[in-house]
Write a protein that binds this ligand. Structure first.
Ligand SMILES: NC(=O)c1ccc[n+]([C@@H]2O[C@H](COP(=O)([O-])OP(=O)(O)OC[C@H]3O[C@@H](n4cnc5c(N)ncnc54)[C@H](OP(=O)(O)O)[C@@H]3O)[C@@H](O)[C@H]2O)c1
Length: 285
């Protein structure tokens, strides 16, 4: 596979979810610094997203930055985004995530961290697989975390356990690392790599809900994901987990039986929203 780091004049298109947030916005900006990169901010809040686009365009001088609406907690919204997608997609950065303090459900009846942080990543890769394959060599970067563990395959939505946002978050970030391995194997024959990383410890809505202050700047936190999105390592390695720009052994990804069981569990989530009267594109009603 050839590296995705843009050679002069070579058009590269990147899509970043959650690019209104602390780390996502910095990832999008670090990619947009390359004048041959087009960056699409896939976000749910139009006003915030348009502000982020303006800021990134001003900061980088790259005018090929735009916004596309999506609610990544809803499969129908992701599928609508993928159906409307025109042109190539070389880099998909799954970054959007939430950590609500109380248990919430999407309009489709799925616990919100499971829907956003696990299924959102899963559905984005699924829905954009065809676009990525057509644009190969292409890559997926899953923003995960070192703060991960205790995934319960029998209770992904905290229906049997009492909900705790820290437990639900650690589970979801373990899942992101496991799904990275599942997709890496499946997409390797098509020239699409899939890697996961810990970004940095950054003060944000997400980390605040978990009670963490964060000691790094968003730009520092974006370094490893942006490096995987731009540099050759993200196109030559696949199925790996990175921290501080270094591959680290991931016990979650190494447990193949659980990886496949999680992949199968994600496949079972509904194709269509249970309430078709809701806006399938998501956004705030
Ligand atoms: N911060 C840290 O210290 C830290 C550490 C390890 C890993 N991470 C990972 O880094 C990533 C980014 O976290 P962050 O700290 O930058 O969080 P953040 O500032 O709270 O940003 C989260 C982003 O996700 C978006 N989002 C949430 N739900 C969405 C939905 N249903 N549809 C579309 N977009 C949605 C938010 O959009 P709105 O602006 O509309 O709310 C926001 O843009 C996450 O995957 C997180 O797990 C963060």
């Amino acid at each position: 596979m050839t590296p995705a780091a843009p050679h002069h004049g070579e058009r590269r298109v990147a899509l970043v979810t959650g690019a209104t947030g602390a780390i996502g916005r910095a990832i999008a900006r670090q990619i947009a610094v390359h004048p041959d990169c087009e960056v699409v901010l896939a976000c749910r809040d139009q006003a915030k997203a348009e502000r982020a686009v303006r800021e990134i365009v001003t900061a980088t001088g790259n005018s090929k930055v735009r916004y596309a609406p999506v609610d990544v907690s809803r499969r129908s919204s992701i599928e609508a985004l993928a159906a409307d997608w025109r042109g190539p997609l070389h880099v998909l950065v799954n970054n959007a995530a939430v950590t609500p303090r109380t248990r919430q459900e999407t309009p489709d009846g799925i616990e919100l961290q499971c829907a956003t942080n696990i299924l959102g990543y899963f559905w984005m890769v699924q829905a954009f697989t065809e676009h990525l394959q057509r644009s190969a060599p292409a890559r997926v970067v899953n923003v995960a975390s070192y703060w991960a563990g205790d995934l319960d395959l029998g209770d992904l939505e905290f229906r049997r356990r009492p909900y705790n946002n820290n437990d639900a978050y650690r589970q979801s970030k373990q899942a992101d690392r496991m799904l990275t391995v599942a997709f890496a194997e499946r997409l390797k024959p098509f020239g699409v790599t899939v890697n996961a990383c810990h970004p940095g410890d950054v003060r944000s809505a997400l980390s605040g809900n978990l009670g963490f202050g964060g000691t790094q700047t968003p730009d520092e936190g974006a370094q490893t994901p942006a490096w995987l999105a731009l540099e050759s390592v993200g196109g030559t390695q696949t199925g790996r987990y990175f921290e501080h720009r270094k591959a680290v052994h991931c016990p979650f990804g190494a447990h193949r039986v659980s990886v496949e069981a999680l992949y199968e569990a994600c496949l079972r989530y509904p194709l269509v929203p249970r309430d078709p009267t809701r806006n399938p594109r998501g956004g705030r009603p």
